[in-house]
Design a protein around this ligand. Structure first.
Ligand code: EPU
Length: 344
């Protein structure tokens, strides 16, 4: 295990924020997980788990041990008539893994192509796109439990998956995910009833074509982080009551909305931001993307403070117009590597 000091994390976070970590280690195995946790304990450092860096907001100075997950490997575990079960290392690149499943004629994840990040982060916020959430295809998650000080397996039923939510999100410092076990289908069950996919043109409806359409749609709307550093959707789509929706619809009848359980509706944060005049608008070097107002872009070398100034201004304007407080999606860290509420 090679612990490095004063490491620049800019190449490892897709918003390209300048952030220096006091301590940094690359994790290649479960043994490394144990050694790194032991090191952090002896040095009295908090641990920050870094995966693909595509959903985090980092301060400029970080006094903590950054564990950069790089556990590789794909292993077939079991098979029945309908499904195959595979165990995947947390450090595998998500998109490459999705492409691999399609090549292996394993189905379920095609709608989630091109989501940035690594496999180990996928259960944390239960990544989802085009009517599919990863939790539907996870059988279990292998973790090191820092409360119990041992490796354990969490079954899907206990993961508490919901929209952009899981137990890994509610207990941010407890689990280090080493592997994710997926149960994928052997015959395609193609989901294409969500938004843009409904109208997508395909010569023939196959899993590979569906995956290609998803890639095409995402590329046409979402900025490439290499060119325009970003963390994907910056805000969650708010879930409000049917009653509150009716009030908004008096002035804005075209508001996109999707029915949920218990008389609630999910509304499109991108539309709210767009209607509040923020599509393509910048404050200093940070702005909302001109083709998709839900994506915040760092156009130059912004610091976390500048990013915060922009998203606070967006929240303010949306609240003023619609009386809705948008909740940021990326995780905010403080100077000692702990997760901080966006409201503090
Ligand atoms: N809209 C506007 N103006 C905009 C952006 C969107 O009017 O600038 C409208 C669109 O016309 C559409 C609605 O808002 O009617 C929703 O937009 P869209 O379908 O583009 O996506 P979304 O609901 O805003 C969610 C996920 C994305 C995921 C897409 C596709 C969240 C927060 N975001 O976005 O996830 O790719 O659906 O399923 O749930 C991510 O999490 O990083 C991400 C990209």
């Amino acid at each position: 295990m090679n612990i490095q000091q004063q490491v620049q994390l800019r190449p490892f976070n897709t918003l390209n924020l300048d952030a220096i970590a006091s301590h940094y280690v690359k994790i290649h195995s479960t043994d490394d997980v144990v050694d790194a946790i032991h090191f952090a304990q002896t040095q009295q450092l908090n641990i920050l788990i870094l995966s693909g860096g595509s959903n985090m907001l980092l301060p400029q100075q970080l006094h903590a041990l950054v564990m950069h997950m790089d556990i590789q490997g794909i292993e077939f575990l079991a098979e029945d008539e309908l499904t195959k079960t595979i165990k995947v290392g947390a450090g595998q690149v998500w998109h490459d893994f999705v492409l691999w499943t399609t090549d292996q004629q394993l189905y379920g994840l095609q709608n989630l192509a091109l989501i940035p990040g690594l496999v180990g982060a996928s259960p944390v916020q239960n990544i989802g796109a085009y009517g599919v959430e990863v939790g539907e295809f996870i059988e279990s998650v292998d973790v090191y439990d820092r409360h119990l000080n041992q490796f354990t397996t969490i079954q899907m039923e206990d993961c508490d998956f919901a929209y952009r939510h899981s137990i890994f999100k509610t207990n941010p410092n407890r689990y280090v995910i080493s592997h994710v076990v997926f149960k994928l289908l052997k015959t395609p069950d193609l989901k294409m009833n969500y938004g843009d996919l409904k109208t997508a043109m395909m010569d023939e409806l196959t899993a590979k074509n569906l995956q290609e359409q998803v890639i095409r749609i995402r590329q046409s709307k979402l900025p490439d982080p290499q060119e325009f550093p970003n963390v994907g959707s910056f805000f969650k789509n708010p879930i409000i009551s049917e009653h509150d929706l009716q009030k908004i619809m008096i002035d804005a009848p075209s508001i996109p909305h999707y029915p949920q359980n218990h008389g609630c509706v999910k509304i499109a944060a991108g539309w709210l931001i767009d209607q509040s005049g923020w599509k393509g608008k910048k404050l200093a070097q940070v702005g909302m993307f001109d083709k998709q107002a839900l994506v915040l872009v760092n156009y130059a070398d912004a610091t976390l403070k500048e990013v915060q100034a922009t998203y606070h201004a967006v929240q303010h304007d949306v609240f003023k117009k619609f009386n809705i407080l948008l909740e940021p999606e990326p995780v905010l860290f403080n100077e000692v590597g702990l997760i901080q509420s966006h409201l503090s």
